[in-house]
Design a binder for this molecule. Structure first.
Ligand SMILES: CC(=O)SCCNC(=O)CCNC(=O)[C@H](O)C(C)(C)COP(=O)(O)OP(=O)(O)OC[C@H]1O[C@@H](n2cnc3c(N)ncnc32)[C@H](O)[C@@H]1OP(=O)(O)O
Ligand SMILES: CC(C)C(=O)C(=O)O
Ligand SMILES: [Mg+2]
Length: 513
């Protein structure tokens, strides 16, 4: 069995530093509860000195969220540290996380402090925090750009002053994996007292390397990884914790059987919650939690996954809380996936029907990027001739505008006879439906109406899908396609009515048998 890597979640602190994100107390508690369910070891709930609201939020998380260490951030400043302690003191396990920058750039330009002053401030801060709690984390901000000898000196002094966790941040995401790994290895080997503390890393993603750097660090002795759900955080963000956790899990062979306490099945739910409450969308191709992370659109991949999931999936989606792989029907899909989707939808097609439907599906997919089950249903129904077209649209004339009552005159064909009616309505679509109802003698209620553009541009093909009912129980879906939205609506309505008539006839025939 390998060793444990502790997961320090800073979604509520560094994650909240993402431009445009501000979480209120209730939202922080909601996320913190889910993080505890996820099984992270430490929740950095905020930066208590930063505002009264954040102080209250950290305090509320510390009081209410159990089974996890709650940390508050503080500069190397007594007021900050005292405030952080006030906020976290009621936690089951409270940590003060204090930091100061150690790189020449930061010391000279930002802090305007000498090395001696920084060293002194770091030691004083750790001692102050240690007076409140045994669990003190010290971070040397901008460690990756710090002169190593000075960094080692500050770390050793912080340990001597009582720090229990030493965090080495790549604050500006400057490090690259090989270099970062050996930097951490040197720290773990050379700094006096380092074997008495937990070594942590906190990597930023400015070069897209935050996760790779975090993993390089754990291979070289780090035993705490800091990061945020969905990789949110300052600028390009922090290491995405779900990626770190799943990399350690999936490639334990490469990571010396290191393990975390995370309940991976809670990952997806946590990601959704964070995305919803922060308003930061997760990109579709994001590893582990993106919409496409377990989706397959190309036929060769779909056929492979249908035969054996592991052909194209290195993780079982259920492991991260995604119910199952998603075979997306589109231009690149093949017959295997098409057949499977039809079976899932309850259709049993002959080989010939399947081939014909597949051809039509491919033609539609060339025009439409997002093929829905409604599209597939429409194709199959037409191919299988499930519902004969009792009525079809012959012509329509609509009068509509801001100052006239919408009126529709409709001509339908039934057994070569032309049937005509006119009706007024609340809008032109309503007028069309009423005119059709007059002809068919069936009064339908429209439950929903929606339109998708199949093609782009002003002359886009509109694809109307609507649902009707007569008894509030049985619902019939109709589809119609036209460059004219009203014509597409009329066709869709007539299509749904034809299905209703067909089903009634079938029922009657069954009764007579
Ligand atoms: C790498 C990181 O993510 S660090 C965390 C960054 N997060 C944040 O800054 C979010 C919360 N911050 C805030 O709300 C505010 O910046 C506050 C309340 C902390 C401070 O606000 P202000 O007092 O108005 O100071 P301001 O933010 O303008 O400047 C920061 C000051 O802290 C000093 N400082 C920065 N880091 C440290 C540190 N670790 N220890 C001591 N002093 C520090 C700066 O030198 C500067 O001091 P100066 O006023 O003497 O120039
Ligand atoms: C406060 C520290 C750990 C930080 O966020 C950073 O250096 O990026
Ligand atoms: Mg940071």
């Amino acid at each position: 069995m390998g060793q444990r890597v502790y997961i320090f979640d800073t979604t509520l602190r560094d994650g909240e530093q993402s431009p445009g994100v501000s979480l209120n107390i209730g939202e922080k508690i909601q996320i913190a509860r889910q993080l505890a369910r996820l099984g992270v070891d430490i929740i950095e709930a905020g930066f208590p000195i930063s505002s009264p609201g954040d102080f209250e939020a950290v305090r509320a998380v510390a009081r209410e969220v159990k089974g996890v260490t709650v940390a508050g951030l503080a500069r190397a400043d007594f007021q900050d540290i005292d405030r952080a302690w006030e906020a976290v003191r009621h936690a089951e396990q409270a940590r003060i996380h204090t930091f100061i920058a150690t790189s020449d750039i930061h010391m000279q330009h930002k802090l305007r402090m000498s090395r001696e002053q920084v060293l002194e401030a770091a030691v004083a801060a750790v001692k102050r925090a240690k007076g409140f709690t045994g669990d003190v984390e010290f971070s040397a901000e901008d460690a990756s750009r710090t002169e190593p000898a000075f960094l080692f000196q500050v770390i050793a002094a912080a340990i001597e002053a009582g720090a229990t966790v030493i965090n080495i941040p790549d604050t500006v995401g400057y490090a690259v994996p090989g270099e970062w790994g050996s930097f951490i290895e040197t720290i773990c080997r050379e700094v006096p007292g380092i074997d008495r503390v937990t070594v942590s890393v906190h990597c930023h993603n400015d070069l897209g390397l935050a996760v790779a750097n975090s993993l390089a660090a754990v291979l070289n002795g780090a035993r705490q990884v800091e990061g945020a759900i969905n990789g949110i955080g300052e600028r390009a963000g922090n290491a995405a914790l779900e990626e770190v956790v799943m990399a350690l899990y999936t490639r334990k062979d490469r990571y010396n059987n290191l393990y975390t306490g995370v309940h991976t099945e809670e990952i997806y739910r946590t990601s959704r919650l964070v995305s919803t409450l922060t308003g930061m969308k997760v990109q579709s191709n994001k590893a582990i939690v993106g919409n496409n992370a377990f989706a397959h659109e190309s036929g060769i991949h779909q056929a492979g996954v249908l035969k054996e999931r592991t052909t194209y999936e290195i993780m079982n989606p259920a492991l991260v809380g995604v119910s199952k792989s998603n075979l997306v029907m589109g231009k690149h899909s093949g017959r295997h996936a098409f057949r499977q989707r039809l079976e899932d939808m309850g259709f049993a097609l002959s080989e010939e029907e399947l081939n014909k439907s597949f051809e039509r599906f491919k033609k539609l997919a060339d025009k439409k990027s997002d093929i829905t089950d409604d599209d597939i249903e429409a194709i199959v129904e037409e191919e299988m001739k499930l519902a004969p077209q009792t009525y079809s649209l012959d012509y329509m004339q609509i009068s509509s505008g801001t100052a006239v009552v919408p009126t529709a005159t409709i001509g339908l064909l039934k057994d070569e006879a032309r049937l005509e009616e006119a009706a007024c309505g609340n809008g032109p679509v309503d007028a069309i439906c009423r005119a059709v109802d007059k002809i068919t003698g069936i009064n339908c209620t429209m439950i929903s109406w929606g339109i998708n553009a199949i093609t782009a541009g002003k002359d886009a093909l509109g694809d109307v899908t609507l649902k009707i009912t007569t008894d509030g129980q049985r619902v019939y879906t109709g589809r119609g396609i036209s460059t004219d939205v009203l014509e597409a609506s009329a066709k869709a309505y007539i299509n749904a009515v034809n299905k209703l008539i067909w089903e009634a006839e079938q029922a009657k025939a069954a009764e007579g048998e």
